[in-house]
Design a protein around this ligand. Sequence first.
Ligand code: ZN
Ligand code: ZN
Ligand code: ZN
Length: 373
Amino acid sequence: MDLAFPAAVYAARLDRARSLAGDAGIDAIIVGPGADLDYLVGVRGHTIERLTALVIPASGAPTVVVPRMELSKVRDTAVGALGLVVADWVDGDDPYASVLAALPGPVRRVAVSDELPALHTLPLADRLGLLPELATPVLREGRMIKDEVEIAELRRAGAAIDAVHRRVPALLRAGRTEREVAADIAAAIVEEGHATVEFVIVGSGPNGADPHHEVSDRVIADGDIVVVDIGGALPSGYNSDSTRTYAVGDADAEAARRIAVLVDAQRAAVAAVRPGVTAAQVDAAARDVLRGAGYGEAFVHRTGHGIGISTHEEPYIAPGQATVLRAGMAFSVEPGIYFPGEWGARIEDIVVVTDDGVDNLNRTPHALTRAGA
Ligand code: ZN
Ligand code: ZN
Ligand code: ZN
């Protein structure tokens, strides 16, 4: 396996995590398998009963505690490229002793990544004689502010999912089931450059009114409004996520009118994005347009979520979120309106906060798109 980025990128991320931990008065961070581990050393690891953990002391070199049977996978990553300390263990050993040995002497505050399983967090707490805190406030600083190489990956992912959406009108035809259309879309996601399909939502007619509907065997009918929300991960692990709403044949005039208001709401929220604005203000920009048109009650979720090596991460664009936007943040803007028993609609782009505004990574038309009847 190749590293997604040069080893120096990971070295800088580790240094940053270490200094942020030091600034926060945390003696060490213990990172379990998951997106944080991937971000820091380029490997996700497995969430299994055998402990894999990256121990980052506030001073000194990080140690990777890893089962010997997983060792080769870890050596191929930044762990090998940076020459980090590796403490491998075999069944019968005490891996928690290796974690304790990697700590910088006596510790008062230890933080754990939010994906370290309770299976390991609780025995570790017992051995440390203290309750660890979440490392999220420290680790999210790095993950939330994307650098140039990350933004280039997100841009590539955005172009790839746009290419898939351009193919949707030809796939979405009356008489086909949601599942048949979704299978074709999944194949297109890979054909257009993603390594994996993360999700395919095809919500036709009343199914579109359920924001988390995935697919069913419902046969798509002429006149249906269809929500298509799709995403995949590039070989580097960076994700795409874009939603468009389609009309199979001619849409009902009232539905088309409401969807035009949704398009305005989405555009208003994107236009509100710039450094210094809060996440809540971006959410309000979409919500105000929908409320003004009488559809406030139909918008039942937050406006967006951060995206990177996870499809959902910080910052969250929601009411009450005081996070101040900074250049390099990447997140979705995806208001929707849902009319139970009738239909739903959602429009979603991934945007990046720039020094003076916003860059929209998804470029296919926002308006209700006609698909083949
Ligand atoms: Zn979701
Ligand atoms: Zn989505
Ligand atoms: Zn999304």
